[in-house]
Write a protein that binds this ligand. Structure first.
Ligand SMILES: [Cu+2]
Length: 119
């Protein structure tokens, strides 16, 4: 009678480990979350724990009022686990990055963070 729940827990743990491995997670970004920069960043770069489908992934950059600032995602360049966007010169203030990527397991993962360019 005791093996039932134990076996079920083992299967659940395996299932969770499997989905975690396949799912894209943001490991680090440049600029970093909450960064205070003396100069505007020339690009935004996101590094994930595995390969992402770059052509189906996006980076949005929003100003303090929530208005988008166009950026150019470099879908063909760089390491397979990194998504980079070229950024036009930004005026000082708070900026928000919103990203959305397609994991290789077919799941869409999204998140966001902010940084500040000093006045
Ligand atoms: Cu997934």
């Amino acid at each position: 009678m005791r093996t039932g729940p134990v076996a079920a827990a083992g299967v659940l743990a395996l299932a969770l480990a499997g989905s975690a491995l396949a799912h894209s997670l943001l490991l680090e970004s440049s600029p970093a979350t909450g960064a205070r920069l003396a100069a505007p960043p020339p690009e935004i770069s996101l590094r994930f724990n595995n390969r992402i489908e770059k052509k189906l992934s996006t980076i949005r950059l929003l100003d303090e009022g929530g208005a988008p600032r166009p950026v150019t995602v470099l879908a063909a360049d760089g390491p397979v686990d990194r998504l980079t966007a070229r950024v036009p010169s930004l005026p000082p203030g708070a900026w928000r990055v919103e990203w959305r990527v397609l994991s290789t397991d077919g799941h869409i993962v999204s998140g966001g963070f902010s940084f500040r360019v000093a006045r």
